[in-house]
Design a protein around this ligand. Structure first.
Ligand SMILES: *[C@@H]1O[C@H](CO)[C@@H](O)[C@H](O)[C@H]1NC(C)=O
Length: 294
């Protein structure tokens, strides 16, 4: 009867495999700021705690501030824990984005648009390829992003760009090269974050202005995780292309469980999706064909 356990072993192996398929990229903790980042502007408006494990960006009526990654990357997984300014933050925008910052730039954006106390902030995402953006999607979050730290991350490989909030995929931008849409693949990007006053557009389209009596506005960050293929700004490819964990099969598409979570965000929290805006786009942008299939 020595053969008896083998079906069980096999079954258990299968269940482990399908479990790990559903796993989003891991969430490393305690990566200090200075390992991967440097301040970009208004250095005195960044405050450091616990040896740089925690930092705060400060916006007052004189200036906001920002930081950027030391390296530039072609593909990988980039995450940050973020706690947004509490209370009245109308007009205030915090952003976490990847950008190649050249003339025909590629860019992957998370933008948090503040709101009056008790009113929901908005998370706007956008993708630029070859200098072309105008692909905004907007959602409300299912928690108060000013209350606790949450993980925000980007997974970028040859097949897709996935925006995650904690473990939930909130947006997928598929490689639609076959449909004639450019996909970021040959321009290394740096990671940026900033906090600034955008009361000309951010809250209720600019109607709500920043209340400077509530300043300073503080955004807190930790977990400055970067796991990408580091490449010089001019390089056109990643030397280890296809061989890294994010290139593997399980990250080339979302699985059923992740699609269900994405659909949950779609149905319950979406405010705006450029793909369904027929006033702005009488003909649907080609990549939206795959956005709709979600
Ligand atoms: C702010 O609150 C208003 C009223 O609830 C809402 O219409 C708006 O979408 C919220 N967010 C932003 C960023 O304007």
């Amino acid at each position: 009867m020595a053969s008896l356990p083998s079906p069980f072993v096999l079954l258990c192996f299968l269940c482990l495999v399908s479990f790990s398929m559903a796993a989003p990229p891991r969430k490393p903790i305690n990566v200090p700021f200075q390992r991967n980042y440097v301040p970009t502007w208004a250095f005195d408006h960044i405050k450091y705690f616990n040896g740089g494990n925690d930092i705060q960006l400060v916006l007052d009526k004189y200036t906001g501030t920002g930081f950027q990654s030391k390296g530039s990357y072609l593909f990988g997984h980039f995450s940050m824990q973020l706690k947004l300014p509490a209370g009245d933050s109308a007009g205030v925008v915090a952003a976490f984005y990847l950008s190649s910052q050249n003339s025909e730039h590629d860019e992957i954006d998370f933008e948090f648009l503040g709101n009056r106390s008790g009113q929901p902030p908005i998370l706007q995402t956008n993708v630029f390829t070859g200098g072309k953006g105008d692909r905004e999607q907007r959602i409300y979050l299912w928690f108060d992003p000013a209350k606790e730290f949450h993980f925000y991350s980007v997974l970028w490989n040859m097949y897709q760009i996935v925006f995650y909030v904690d473990d939930v995929p909130i947006r997928v931008f598929k490689n639609c090269k076959d449909l004639g849409v450019r996909f970021p693949f040959n321009q290394p990007m740096k990671i940026y974050s900033s906090l600034w006053n955008a009361d000309d557009w951010a809250t209720r389209g600019g109607l709500e202005k920043t209340d400077w009596s509530k300043a300073p506005f503080i955004a807190s960050y930790r977990g400055f995780h970067v796991d990408g293929c580091e490449a010089s700004v001019e390089s056109k490819f990643c030397a280890t292309q296809g061989m890294r964990w994010w290139d593997q099969k399980e990250f080339q598409d979302l699985d059923g469980y992740q699609y269900r979570r994405l659909r949950w965000v779609r149905s319950k929290y979406t405010i705006y999706n450029y793909c369904t805006d027929r006033t702005r786009y009488p003909t649907m942008p080609p990549e939206c064909k795959r956005d709709r299939d979600v």
